[in-house]
Write a protein that binds this ligand. Structure first.
Ligand SMILES: Cc1ncc(C[n+]2csc(CCOP(=O)(O)OP(=O)(O)O)c2C)c(N)n1
Ligand SMILES: [Mg+2]
Length: 212
């Protein structure tokens, strides 16, 4: 977990470079928001990955807002995936509320990376269903109509309906999965709340190789 956004992109690209040098069969997958794709770390990482044809999947969740900043104030091009061309890699946009479409795009990107053809930028279009955080009031910058539309674009609900409609799962089976997941999340939250703070000395763990 990391609070600074997009610092993970250069890390993922570095791990992909190490895998290529060591001739390991490995593809790194890194995700970030569309707001984060405006920061330098994304562009430096994408460029390096493109130049060196590294096995990395850059996965952007485009929910059209960076806190209160709408997409129109973030991008001068139409889509986040348009940026891929500048870094010599394919860029694809998929409906992020459709897990099957996302699976297909990621599978293709992985196979491409394993063939040594380099990185792929995937943009998954989703919705931000709630305010950015508990301190944020989205009614200050999103219209009532826009917020009302969101209830039709909840990927979890759409996929749930599709599984039932296609006869893949029953409402009862899905309810039992949901309660198992709720229990797991509650258990993990309690565990985290009760966990001791990390020792100050652990700050340097994984920063330098070997003993300090
Ligand atoms: C390096 C860095 N700069 C600025 C911030 C402050 N910040 C927190 S969330 C956010 C917007 C992120 O927008 P987006 O990438 O679209 O993610 P979303 O909130 O939509 O998930 C910013 C700028 C941060 N956390 N890290
Ligand atoms: Mg966003």
């Amino acid at each position: 977990g990391s609070s600074p956004v997009t610092t993970q992109v250069p890390h993922a690209v570095g791990v992909a470079l190490a895998a290529k040098l060591k001739k390991e069969e490995l593809v790194t997958f890194v995700s970030f928001g569309e707001g984060s794709s405006n920061q330098g770390d994304f562009h430096e990482g994408a460029n390096f990955a493109g130049v060196h044809k590294l096995p990395v999947i850059l996965f952007c969740e485009n929910n059209k807002y960076a806190i209160s900043v709408p997409l129109s104030k973030q991008l001068a091009c139409e889509r986040v995936s348009d940026r891929a061309k500048g870094y010599g890699m394919p860029g694809v946009t998929v409906d992020g509320t459709d897990p099957i479409a996302v699976y297909v795009a990621v599978k293709e990107a992985r196979e491409r990376a394993l063939r040594g053809e380099g990185p792929t930028l995937i943009e998954a279009e989703v919705e931000r269903l709630v305010p950015h955080s508990s301190d944020d009031d989205d009614k200050a910058y999103r219209s009532a109509e826009e917020l009302a539309e969101l209830k039709h674009r909840d990927g979890n609900q759409l996929f749930r309906a599709r599984l039932i409609e296609d006869g893949i799962a029953t409402a009862e089976e899905l309810a039992s999965i949901e309660s198992a997941v709720d229990a797991e999340v509650n258990e993990a939250t309690t565990y985290a709340d009760k966990a001791p703070y990390a020792s100050p000395e652990s700050t340097l763990d994984h920063v330098y190789e070997g003993e300090m």
